[in-house]
Every structure is written in C-alpha cells, then in structure tokens.
Ligand binder design. Structure first.
Ligand code: ZN
Length: 444
C-alpha cells in the first residue's frame, strides 16, 4: 500500500494518497467539506459527488508505477475518497482487480472479434461488483469512528456488507425487500450479519431505511455513505482501460439497477482522460435492463432527462429497482457518450446466462444474463462494427442464484452398473446442448 508516510507528522494517522478535496452537489453545484456527514444536498436534495485535485493525482500517479501498485481496488487510491490508511487496511485488500477475459467463443457466437468480459463474478470477498462500492462504505464508516453499518439490499450489497463488515470487525444489519434470491440472505447470515426481511419492494424498503438511518444515526452503506460508496464503482473503468494497455474500449455494456455502476464508469473514464492516462472520449456506454424493470432504458430510448419510476416485475431480482436514485446520471452518461440501452425478457435473461456459461464457462446471475442478452440485441441492431473492442461487465456470480434458474432436464438415478451407464451416456449424448438451447431462445 502506498502511503504518504514521508509527509506524515509523528503521531498522526497515516494518510493514503487520496486527492479528494470535497463533495459537490450533482444539481446545484454547492460544495461541502469531505469531512461532513451530508449524503444529499441540503439545498436541493440531489446526491453528492466527490471531487479531486487531478493535477496532484497525476503527479502522484507518476511517482509510483503501475507495476508497484497493489492489484486490488486501492490500485488507483489517488482517485478514491478514503484518506485514512488504517481504515483502508481494516476493510481488507481483496476487492477489485478482477480478470478481463478475451471472450473468443462468445464473441464468435455473436459476431464480435474483440469481445472482452470484465469478470466481477469473481470479485472478492463476496463474488459481485458490490465488493468495490461497499469497500468504500465500510472504510468511510471506519474513518468516521463508527462500528455499526446497515444496508438495504436486493442481495449482493447485503453479502458484500456482511463480508466486509466481518473483516473490518464491525456489526452489520441487512434489510431485504420481499423478493430476493434466498441464497443471498442465507449467505449474509452465514457471514454473521443480522438479517431482516421487510414487506414491500426495494424502493419501499429503501425509503424506510433512510428514515431508520435518520431515527437511529446508524450509517447505511448505500444511503448515508452513498457519495463514498459510488466512488468504488469507478475502479471497474480504471481497471478495464489499464488491462487493455491504456487503450479505452469502443464500447462498454453493463446492466443497470440503481445506476451507480454505469454513471461512475462515465466519471472514471473522464478522470483517466483528465489525467492524461488514456484517450477515453470515444468509449460508448450501453446499459441493459430487464423488460420487467426498465425505467432507465425507457428514458434513454425516449431521450428523456428524468426517469419515470415503475413497479418491478422481473426474475432479475438484483436489477429490480423501480425508482433508480442515479437514473438521471446514467441517462446523461449514456447520451453524452453516444451509447444506447436495451432490455431483455426473463426467458432471454436465462438464455443469456446459458450462452455465457456454455461458451465461456462463466456462471453468472440474472444481471449478467441481462447484459449478455442485451449485448446480443445490440449486435443484431448493428450497434457495433465486427472488430470494435467491446467490454461486457459480468457483475455477479450465478452460484448465489441457481435456485431461481428454470430447471434443466435431470436424468433419473440409475443402477451403478456398466450397461445402465452406457445406456444413460447414449441418452445424454443425444440430448440437445445448452448452447443450442440458448441460441434457439436468443435467435428464434
Ligand atoms: Zn444541490
């Protein structure tokens, strides 16, 4: 970990190289000190963004070459908002720097010769991109000297909070809406979090958790710590560009729920450009949503500046956010970058999961299936040249959501005896393959 030890006076807490200078309102531009506990603008109610000294960040970045930096979320710590090195250390050094995989078999299936997958289904410690954002929340909580953290979650935020809070030695409270993948709640409890399921959908639970935070003073990872939480998402953009040897891709395709990831990919790409690390202006961002919860995609396709909330009805529970807090930022990011949006039905989402699994050996959850299904649609719509560099972000792992997959044909148990097994093997060989089933669903 690179820290400014040389500049730290004796007895002071060690500082990271963070170049964060304050918070600014997305809408009215009001500024607040980084130390303030505000998470929404007191004047206009909109969210707050962290601002940085980019000249200083560029200088720091030159001082320590990439090869000497940690291969984790803190690789670009200049552009992250955590200043206390001990908070950074306590939250753990595992998240981030996931593989960028050249997806030749999926690319051949789709007609793309330069398709890459940013595989956050392997993100540590809890197997989703949420480890990036929750790492910032928990580190910020520690900077504030607090020892309890709550969250409202469709699933993956909860498991990330449970795991990262356990590592940091703080108590975690996870509030789930009505519908979620059961394995995620069980994983939270197994990691030691206190879990509470509430009646109502995510948007209703989110509103009540905000009231709960105000009533108790307890910090919530994705509510009261949100400006810090959101900064973690930029690290995916930094890593993608560095892993492509500082050549930004032509396109990034990602699923959108609350809108944090896609809007901060835009911010992260802009920061790399500002610091002179890469030309990123040509990168288009495209978002994928389920047909049963597509308020951001609908607004983008209609070129509207604001999202109209919907009531979610989708098997992609981690994308079931009908009133996305960062929706307006996503619209801005996608339209400014000349990108677009698409959506996929539940059967198409599960076919997307199957196509990814059977071509690249990556088992993702419905959010990742949504990305793959919409990627296929964007190819069919002629959005990409065949040799464009396209990066699809696989945001979560399918092991947590297998219970929700449509059941696959499962052979009856047979005698453990050669003849019976030969017969069974021949039956298995004559059955259709998963890749054929996925093709039939996606190209009817
Ligand atoms: Zn404001």
């Amino acid at each position: 970990m690179s820290t400014q030890t040389a500049q730290t006076p004796p007895g002071a807490r060690q500082r990271t190289r963070s170049c964060a200078t304050g918070l600014v309102c997305h809408r009215c531009g009001n500024r607040y000190p980084l130390q303030d506990s505000v998470f929404a603008c007191p004047d206009c109610g909109k969210g707050l963004d962290v601002v940085y000294d980019y000249e200083l960040a560029a200088r720091y970045f030159e001082e320590v070459p990439s090869s000497e930096r940690p291969r984790n979320i803190w690789h670009f710590e200049e552009l992250l908002p955590i200043v206390d090195a001990s908070a950074q250390a306590r939250v753990g050094l595992h998240a981030g720097y996931t593989p960028l995989i050249k997806a030749d078999r999926l690319g051949a299936e789709l007609g793309l010769s330069n398709l890459y997958l940013k595989d956050d289904s392997t993100c540590r410690p809890s197997l989703s991109y949420k480890d990036r954002v929750v790492s910032m929340s928990v580190a910020r909580l520690l900077e504030r000297g607090k020892e309890e953290i709550g969250c409202v979650s469709t699933g993956n935020v909860g498991t990330a909070v449970a795991a990262l809070a356990a590592k940091a030695g703080v108590d975690a409270y996870v509030f789930y809406p009505n519908r979620l993948e059961d394995m995620k709640a069980r994983a939270c409890a197994a990691l030691g979090a206190k879990v509470c399921q509430v009646e109502g959908n995510y948007d209703e639970a989110n509103r009540r958790c905000r009231e709960l935070a105000e009533a108790t003073g307890m910090d919530f990872a994705n509510i009261t710590l949100r400006p810090f939480y959101a900064e973690g998402a930029k690290t995916a953009a930094f890593e993608i560009v560095e892993q492509l040897e500082w050549r930004a891709p032509d396109h990034i395709v990602t699923a959108a729920a609350g809108g944090t990831l896609s809007s901060r990919l835009h911010k992260g790409l802009g920061e790399l450009q500002l610091m002179g690390l890469s030309e990123t202006e040509q990168t288009r961002i495209h978002i994928a949503q389920p047909s049963g919860c597509n308020p951001i995609a609908t607004a983008i396709l209609a070129e509207e500046a604001e999202v109209h909330p919907v009531t979610p009805e989708t098997a992609a529970h981690s994308l079931a956010i009908g009133a996305p807090g960062d929706g307006y930022l996503v619209i801005d990011a996608v339209l400014k970058r000349g990108g677009t949006a698409g959506f996929a039905s539940d059967p198409e989402i599960f076919a997307g999961i199957d196509l990814l699994a059977s071509t690249e050996g990556i088992l993702t959850e419905p959010a990742g299936g949504t990305t793959v299904a919409v990627l296929e649609k964007l190819v069919a719509a002629g959005r990409f040249a065949p040799d464009d560099t396209v990066v699809a972000i696989i945001t979560g792992n399918g092991l947590k959501t297998l219970d929700d997959h449509p059941p696959k044909p499962w052979p009856a148990k047979i005698e453990c005896e050669l003849d019976a097994m030969l017969t069974a093997l021949n039956e298995l060989k004559s059955a259709g393959s998963l890749i054929d089933q996925a093709r039939a669903q996606l190209h009817p």
